[in-house]
Structure formats: C-alpha cells, structure tokens
Unconditional design. Structure first.
Lengths: 319, 288
C-alpha cells in the first residue's frame, strides 16, 4: 500500500511538472507587451528594453521556465504586474477563502447527494422516486451562473434574507460570516448534488438486486441493517470516484460563483488576472488549481482503496 | 452496426430497446429548437438589435412576450437570434473533440506500445487541469471569438473521447474480424477507419450527444464571464450577463434566455439519453 502511494506521488509530480510546462508555454503567447503594460503605452524605447532585460525576457525559454518554476517550488510566485506586489501572500488569502467554499460544498454534496440517492433507490418506482428523478434531471440542466442569478433574485432581492455579494471575515461575527456563504454554497452544490444522487441511486439499485444482499435478507437481517451495512459500502464505490471528478467541476463552478458573488477567492483572482492580462498571476492561480486538483484526485483514490481492499493495485493496465 | 443488430435480434424480445418515449420527446424537442434557431437567423418578431429608448424595461406583454431590455430591444427576438450561437457552440465543440479525440483513441488502442504511451500520458496531463480552467487558460491568451471559444471547449473534451475510443478499440482489436483483415494484408489505416471505426461508433455517438449539452453550458458560462461571444451578439450566456445589473427592476431580461437555455439543454439531454438506451447494449442491463 505504501509502495502504491509512493508510486502515485512520483507520477503526480511528473504530471504537475508537465502541466506547468503547458501553462508556461500557453501564457508565453499572450498578446500585449508586458513591458508596455507596466510602463504605460508611451514609454521610451530604451526604458522598455531595459525593463525587458531585467525581467529576463531576453533569456532562452528554458532559463525563463527554470526561473519561474524554481520560484514556484519555493512558493515564490513573483510580483503581480498590475498590483506590483508579491503574489504569494495575496494568493494564500484567496486560496483560504476558496477552500472554505470548496470544503463546505463538497461535504454538502456528499451528504445530500448520497442521502437523496439512497432515499430514491429504496423507494424505487414510487412517486417520491419519480419526483426526485425529474427534479434532478431539471437541476442538472441549469448552469451555475443561472443558479446564482436566481438565488440573488429570490433570496437577496425579493426576500432579502442573505447579502447578494461580498464576504465577511470571522471578525464580523459568525452569523455574518455564514450569511455570506449560504448563497454561493447553494449555487455550487445544486448541480453536483443532483449528479451524485443520480449516480448513487443507480449503483444502489444494482447492489440491492445483487445475490449477496438477497442472501442477507434471506438470513433475516433487518432491512435497515441490510441497506446500511451490506449494500451501502459497496454502492458507494462509484460515488467516491465521481466525487473526485466533481471536485474538478466544483473548481470551475467556484470561478463562476466567486465572480458573481464578488467573493474574494482563487476563482475571482484568476478572472481578474485574465481580464488584466497579468501573466504571473494567471500562472500562479493555474498552478495552485492544478496541484490542489491532483492532490484531491489522489485522496479520492486512497479513499477508494480503503473502501475496497480487494483491488490489486499496480496490476491494473487501465490508462 | 451489423454487430449490434445481430445482438439485438438474438436477445429476448423484452430486452430489445424500442423507440422509447424519451427518444421521441427528445427528438421532437431537438427539432423544434433547431427550427426556431434557423428561423431566428432570418426572421424575428422584432429586429433583434433594434433599440427603442422609449420602450426600455417593458415587462412581458402581448407585443413583447419576453419583455424588453435596457436598450428597449425585444428579449424574445434576441433569444431567437442567439439560439444558433448556442447550438453552434455545442455542435462545433463536439465536432472538434471527435475530430481530434477519435483518431488518437484509435491509434492508441490499435497500435499500443510507444504511440499509446505518448497519447495516453498526454491525455493524463490534459485531464489534470479542471475542465473550465483549461478553457480559461486557452481563452486568456487570445481575444475571444465564437469559433475560438467553441474550439477551446472542444479541446477540453478531447481526453474523454480519446479514452472512450481507445477502450472500444482495444475490445474490437481482439476480435476475429480484425485478425482476418490483418491476415488479408490490409493496411493499418484501412483496418482503423473501415473495419474498427464503423463498429466503434455507437458508444462514441452516445457520448458525443451527451457532450453537446456540456459544451453548450460551458460555452454559455464562458460567454457569461466575457470570454466567449462578444457584444452586441445575443448569445444566451452573454444576455444573462448583460441583464444582471437590472435584476431588481427587470428580471425578465435574464429569465427569458435562462429558461430557454435550460429547456434546450433538457431537450438535448433527453435525446442523448434516448439514444443511449437504444444504441448502448450495456445500458439495458442496469435497472432503471
């Protein structure tokens, strides 16, 4: 098991390095001259050339890449071109804010998604099952940004229960802090909950109809125990994999949701960077996103392994 | 196709997937959406870009079914005019992911060895960036247009197509008719595109149909963020972004395009699910 984890970690480092090359090269072809961006459109040529020299733009690409990536490894992401400050500390704040959103959301998704899936699976064919099916089908067709708009319209506009935008620190009180989280979290989790619930339902149905569950029932094990202790652990295996994939979707959702709710997180930071053509900022955000995504996928694999000890790792040939 | 047919014939009658209600409604809905999009390209009830300052923020009425926006433009006309942009986004992005993903998947699954290793590790790298982030990264570096957004969205789904096509190809390559083709001395490209591809289509088509809606939603989100279709075009995502400042006084500006977007996605999803029930024999075994 330890060998497998080590092997996965080495592979993860390789993939992240490859992605960093990809990010580096894509951002190299950005339009707009960085020196003019810093000095203004009418800067004299000699100043522009001096700045380009000091920023290392005349170095060969591998040297530029090395300077950047070695900085990233020391958590030094360079200075933001627009704000003229080191990116590191600002990024830390943004990541922390986004992490709060993401962690709360993924818990809500796992909890409600699995519950709803099990709920409709054990009521298979009844009206409540059909209602949940139709509802999740519709919810899945609504993009996150439209959820945000609807939520703002209803809960911030008409009902005026929650603030439409912004962020409160814990210093402003727990209630105020939580109030600012409610709408973004709801917008983030609706679609994913529907997704997880549909998947859990179908895998639960498959498990309920399998011989070993039938055997447990035949032995006279109480129905609740059959569901909780016999069927659920196996039915949840595909759900764990999907939850890992959904973390990627969640990160995309966070970009949209943070932008709309003016929530000061990583997603809004990234969009700001893109709008302002702030290359170091874009690179830093993308690197953080990639590393977090890779780590969460690894975590999901480990949980999967813990739940399913039968799997022989290292022998699977699936790419 | 021939193979699937024989499997279906051999299966007991109850197992056969008939032309289901899902597929019927999905097909009808999809045709309606396409027809409206085509009509919207040549005719709309009001000029889609006709500004009338006197008619700003008019709520839905008999003349303006979806109301008017901040420039007095008819929202329904703009929604109709924008329909083809969303459908184009879905179709074009899916075409891009098919055009790149399917050949790579065929090569990886058939030749194995070094070529497979290179392709699949490339896929691993691409899949290590969350979907919308890859789109943002690609769009950040250039000025956005409809076509570029569609291509960027398509590239995001290339890895999924590669993996799917590869696994289908792996299965097919082991079968006798491929061995027979090899024994006949057929060239590799002939085996790939004439022998394997026609048999690999059903699952690929099903996946593609479902990808269309992801592409439409992602495209709308990118347009909403200002990285897709640019004003004054009337893409649905863009319309919702533009109506956002007026949520309190004129919610109909965003509700019209939003609901039409959701309904369109549901129709295409129904169509895709119906197609899957019919084409993918693996789906039929699982209880529904």
């Amino acid at each position: 098991m330890l060998g497998y984890i080590l092997q996965r970690l080495v592979y993860l480092v390789g993939v992240v390095l490859a992605v960093s090359l990809l990010i580096f090269f894509i951002t190299q072809i950005m339009p707009g001259n960085v020196a003019y961006l810093i000095l203004g459109d009418f800067a004299p040529l000699d100043q522009v050339q001096a700045l380009e020299e000091s920023l290392g733009f005349n170095d060969p690409w591998y040297l530029q890449y090395w300077n950047w990536i070695s900085g990233v490894m020391r958590l030094d992401f360079g200075d933001s071109l627009i704000m003229g400050r080191p990116i590191g500390p600002m990024l830390l704040d943004a990541v922390r804010n986004s992490a709060i959103l993401a962690v709360v959301s993924i818990f809500v998704v796992a909890l409600f998604g699995i519950w709803l899936g099990v709920f409709s699976a054990i009521r298979h064919g009844r009206a409540s099952d059909h209602t949940v099916s139709i509802l999740t089908y519709i919810v899945l067709a609504v993009p996150e940004f439209f959820w945000c708009i609807i939520l703002i319209m209803v809960f911030a506009g008409t009902l005026n229960w929650f603030p439409a935008t912004g962020y409160a620190t814990l210093d402003n009180g727990v209630v105020e802090w939580a109030k600012h989280l409610v709408l973004p979290v709801i917008a983030l989790v609706l679609g994913l909950t529907a997704h997880v619930s549909r998947l859990t339902r179908s895998s639960m149905l498959e498990t309920i109809h399998s011989p070993y569950v039938f055997a447990a029932r035949a032995r006279g094990v109480p129905e609740k125990k059959v569901i909780r202790e016999h069927a659920l652990p196996n039915a949840l295996l595909p759900t764990v994999t999907v939850l890992a994939i959904d973390i990627g979707v969640l990160m995309g959702g966070i970009v949209v949701v943070e932008t709309i709710f003016s929530y000061p997180g990583l997603g809004r930071f990234l969009i700001f960077g893109i709008q302002q053509m702030d290359i170091p900022l874009i690179q830093a955000c993308m690197m953080v996103v990639t590393v977090v995504y890779a780590l969460s996928n690894l975590l999901a694999d480990l949980i999967y392994m813990l739940l399913n000890p039968r799997i022989r790792y290292g022998q699977s040939v699936d790419g | 196709m021939v193979d699937t047919m024989t499997v279906e014939e051999a299966a007991p009658r109850s197992r056969r997937a008939p032309w289901s209600a899902t597929l019927t409604w999905g097909t009808i809905g999809l045709i309606v959406v396409i027809v409206i999009a085509l009509i919207g390209m040549v005719w709309t009830p009001h000029p889609y870009d006709g500004m009338q300052i006197m008619k700003r923020f008019e709520p839905p009425s008999a003349t303006h079914w979806f109301g008017t926006d901040e420039f007095g433009r008819d929202v329904l006309s703009r929604v109709m005019r924008g329909a083809h942009l969303s459908l184009f986004m879905g179709a074009c992005a899916t075409a891009v992911s098919l055009a790149i993903g399917v050949p790579l998947g065929l090569i990886a699954g058939y030749f194995r060895g070094l070529r497979e290793e290179v392709i699949m590790r490339g896929v691993d790298v691409m899949i290590s960036i969350p979907p919308i982030m890859l789109g943002l990264l690609l769009l950040a570096v250039t000025t956005p247009t409809v076509l570029k957004t569609a291509v960027a969205v398509g590239l995001i789904y290339v890895p999924i197509m590669v993996r799917l096509t590869r696994s289908v190809t792996l299965e097919l390559s082991a079968q006798e008719f491929i061995e027979a083709a090899r024994a006949r001395g057929e060239r590799s490209w002939y085996i790939l595109f004439v022998e394997i591809l026609p048999n690999a289509w059903p699952p690929i088509i099903v996946e593609a149909a479902l990808r269309v809606t992801f592409a439409i939603l992602l495209g709308a989100a990118l347009s909403f963020l200002g990285l897709g279709v640019q004003p004054p075009a009337s893409d649905w995502g863009l319309m919702i972004a533009e109506g956002r400042p007026f949520l309190n006084q004129a919610p109909w500006i965003v509700i019209g395009p939003g609901i039409v977007l959701v309904v369109t996605v549901i129709m295409i999803n129904l169509f895709g699910d119906g197609l899957r029930e019919r084409l993918d024999p693996r789906m039929r075994r699982s209880p529904s």
